[in-house]
Write a protein that binds this ligand. Structure first.
Ligand SMILES: *Cc1c(COP(=O)(O)O)cnc(C)c1O
Length: 412
């Protein structure tokens, strides 16, 4: 009976917020903030959710362009913008004068951005299904030519004489993962070059994290570019720098930089020497409500592996979020969570639950909002969180697509 009531109320909440699942799996949720105690987020919501700050994203875009001495930013929103919502983040950054466009690796996600009304250029840095080809061309998605096979596929998309097919050449300068190896003969470009309906709009590659090798990669890139230009192709856009290279190697900025993680307010390394010079803003809050408060007795344990032993009779809170939602399981090594402006230590992370020690006082109530990551204290920023658990920034923002997103103009 109780479950049924819960189900009904959640369903009506989803209706109210116009949460729609399209064929592409897009779940756009846009809730304007208001001044209630928990602006924008329905009281019914128990399970974890993500709040995004448009202001923080726009601030970071501007700052990243400053890091690149004014060069525009091609924002990498792959992997659902590292779990934070590719459509939601693209809609925010579409308004930034510092953002050139967006780069993704999945065909259907490029289309999802267009379907959501995103106007700036979108580059698909991956392959595409033949069945989606015409939609990609109609949506003016720039395709990547990264192999002879991909060039053939691209040429086969030329049907409408009124519509150009936009292509960028994807070069492998040493990452060895994608792109045409730099030392191959140039004949792979010929079918693109000779087709007047195909517009080659750029050339790109990706640097490795090894600084010395990155310099060699830059040389390989420049030599390749010269070879292409010598055949009469003009190259307008060039880009090669993910976040780390952008910070480490000014020569890598080319005509635009191509960061992912910096956009969300995290630096790529555990050592972030430039974080003081460039104060990126945390762009998101990861939140959930407390669903259980119990006083456990000294000597009791928490978790399957009995990971935490209760030191003295103390209050333990349970949150309905775990590693299956994308919350890093290393959080149990000392991460903090904020409830009512106070920080509590995480002592257990399972697949769908985690536990916090509240202490001697019953100062947290079932239904209170817990902030697991957010801008509200240094310990819970993405950066602070990673420092506490000695972790990898990339793995920490990897949230499940199913987490609802709420977009605010700015964080309160
Ligand atoms: C992921 C990725 C990026 C962005 O990497 P960050 O380290 O998040 O800045 C850039 N280019 C390519 C090809 C990528 O796959």
């Amino acid at each position: 009976m109780h479950t049924k009531i819960m189900k009904t109320s959640r369903r009506s909440f989803f209706k109210k917020t116009a949460l729609a699942t399209t064929a592409l799996g897009v779940i756009p949720v846009l809730v304007k903030p208001h001044t209630a105690s928990f602006p924008g987020v329905p009281r019914e919501l128990i399970n974890p959710w993500i709040e995004l700050s448009a202001k923080a994203y726009l601030h970071n875009a501007e700052l990243i362009s400053k890091m690149a001495r004014g060069k525009p930013v091609l924002a990498v929103l792959k992997n659902n913008a590292y779990g934070l919502g590719d459509v939601e983040v693209a809609k925010i950054l579409d308004k930034s004068p510092h953002i050139h466009g967006f780069a993704l690796v999945k065909d259907n996600r490029c289309l999802a951005l267009r379907a959501a009304g995103v106007k700036k250029p979108i580059l698909l840095m991956g392959d595409f299904s033949n069945s989606l080809g015409p939609q990609l061309v109609n949506g003016e998605i720039t395709l990547s030519a990264f192999s002879k096979e991909s060039c053939k596929k691209i040429v086969s998309l030329v049907v409408d004489p009124g519509r150009k097919v936009k292509v960028q050449l994807y070069l492998d300068t040493g990452l060895g993962r994608m792109g045409m190896p730099y030392d191959q003969p140039l004949d792979w470009i010929t079918p693109l070059k000779e087709n007047s309906q195909i517009a080659i709009t750029g050339l790109f590659s990706t640097l490795t994290t090894s600084l010395d090798f990155a310099k060699e990669q830059l040389e390989r890139f420049e030599q390749f570019k010269d070879r292409v230009i010598a055949t009469g192709v003009s190259i307008k856009n060039t880009h090669i720098a993910p976040s780390l290279s952008l910070l480490q190697l000014q020569e890598s900025h080319m005509t635009m930089v191509r960061p992912g993680i910096l956009l969300h307010g995290s630096f790529p390394l555990a050592v972030k020497s430039q974080s003081k010079e460039y104060p990126l803003a945390p762009t998101f809050r990861l939140q959930a409500r407390v669903i259980r408060m119990e006083r456990l007795k000294k000597g009791e344990t928490i978790g399957f592996s009995r990971f935490y032993e209760v030191k003295q009779d103390e209050w333990i809170a349970t949150l309905p979020i775990g590693w299956a939602d994308g919350y890093d399981s290393s959080a149990e090594n000392g991460a903090k969570v904020m409830i009512n402006n106070k920080l509590y230590t995480v002592v257990n992370v399972n697949a769908s639950h985690c536990n916090l020690v509240v202490g001697q006082e019953h100062e947290v109530a079932v239904g209170d909002i817990a902030t697991l990551i957010g801008p509200d204290a240094p310990e819970i920023t993405p950066q602070g969180f990673s420092a506490l658990i000695d972790g990898n920034n990339y793995l920490q923002i990897n949230y499940k697509e199913s987490l609802p997103k709420f977009v605010f103009d700015a964080f309160r």
